[in-house]
Design a protein around this ligand. Structure first.
Ligand code: KG4
Ligand code: ZN
Length: 354
């Protein structure tokens, strides 16, 4: 099958995403988000996310199939995110996908969410001019509320390696926590991004975790966390800065803090990602995750990739955040590559790695 028609379901966090692709062509994708229900808690509540998926899944599948003009019986396969993510949220998507596959008698693929983010790169138009075949020296930088990783994709169907990841908070999680510290609301990313535009990014020098020292080492003698990130020290530093102003009854310079925090994240994420690429022969880098929307991260990454001779591929924001199109795209690729379906007996894996 060179252009299989595949339905993809994503439910690992707070987005119920359903996509339909035909080979590398995106026919439709629909997303229902429960983000509004989490706002008052300042973060995603797993139980609420799972309940929202139960309500949204079937209507979202319906909308995606209708928009694509595809019936269940036209499908060649169904793909669903099996992990990593929130256990209860994943279970809703996986159970729904299994029921659909059983009823429609279709092969089913359990998909790794991280690899699915890379699957977006397969879709027509994501890379200007497209590519006949994904290059073998392809990397991906994933930055969201749930993950911060740099991957090397030797073969998207069979061999993806994790080069580095966060050892504590994800970059988006750091945004959300800092937003809470400065009273900026949830989700923190977009708000801080806006506030930072009115601030001075050099006002505070916040720490760039794991950017030097024995854990990082050198190219010749890499340390254990050479390509990893850490954001907990940064969050603590912001918290101290806020406290110092409050203790003296001074107004907290929220814009300057936002801009300086944003600079620290963008600086350390992009410098370490580019170094991971350079030391692992990566010449094409695909960006994914909700933090890919960040203005400073985008501009620094573009500049640093350009000077390192790395081609940067940035998908549209609605394909960077969690969605079903990426799951469908990866599923279609697995079908085309003749990869065995997962069958109906697989479970969810909240801590799934690559
Ligand atoms: O990929 P995503 O929709 O969901 C997962 O977390 O998997 O990413 C959401 C995250 C949130 O932490 C949000 O604060 C962050 O992406 N985000 C941003 C921006 N827009 C969204 N972070 C920084 N700058 C932004 N403009
Ligand atoms: Zn994601």
């Amino acid at each position: 099958l060179s252009s299989p028609v595949v339905l993809g379901i994503e439910s690992s966090c707070d987005e119920t995403g359903v996509g339909v692709v035909q080979g590398t062509r995106l026919l439709a994708h629909e997303v229902a988000s429960s983000v509004e229900e989490h706002v008052r808690f300042g973060g995603v509540i797993p139980e609420i996310a799972a309940r929202a998926h139960v309500q949204a899944l079937v209507p979202t599948v319906r909308r995606a199939l209708d928009a694509a003009g595809v019936r269940l019986r036209d499908l060649d396969a169904i793909a669903v995110t099996a992990g990593p993510g929130l256990a209860g949220a994943l279970m809703v998507g996986v159970a729904g996908a299994k029921a659909l596959a059983l009823a429609a008698e279709k092969p089913l693929y359990g998909i790794n969410h991280l690899v699915a983010h890379v699957g977006v790169g397969l879709l027509d138009g994501v890379r200007p001019g497209g590519w006949d075949e994904l290059p073998s020296n392809l990397g991906a930088l994933l930055v969201s509320g749930g993950h911060t990783e740099v991957l090397r994709i030797d073969d998207i169907s069979r061999s993806v390696r994790l080069l580095g990841s966060t050892i504590d908070d994800a970059a988006g999680e750091a945004y959300d926590k800092v937003a809470r510290l400065i009273g900026a609301g949830y989700p923190g990313g977009p708000v801080i991004d806006r506030m930072a535009a009115d601030g001075d990014r050099a006002a505070f020098r916040f720490p760039r975790g794991l950017s030097a020292g024995k854990f990082v080492g050198s190219a010749e003698e890499p340390g254990p966390h050479r390509h990893d990130w850490s954001f907990s020290g940064l969050k603590t530093a912001v918290s101290r800065a806020v406290e110092q102003f409050e203790a003296r009854d001074l107004q907290v310079p929220r814009e300057d803090i936002a801009a300086s925090f944003q600079e620290a994240v963008a600086d350390v994420v992009t410098s370490k990602a580019v170094r991971a690429c350079q030391e692992n022969g990566i010449e094409h880098l695909l960006l994914g995750g909700g933090v890919a929307a960040n203005s400073r991260l985008r501009s620094l990454l573009a500049a640093r990739c350009a000077s390192a001779g790395i081609e940067l591929v940035v998908p549209p924001v609605n394909l960077c955040t969690d969605n079903g199109a990426m799951v469908a795209a990866l599923g279609a690729r697995l079908v085309a590559d003749g990869v065995e379906p997962s069958g109906g007996g697989f479970g969810v894996d909240p801590g799934l790695d690559v």
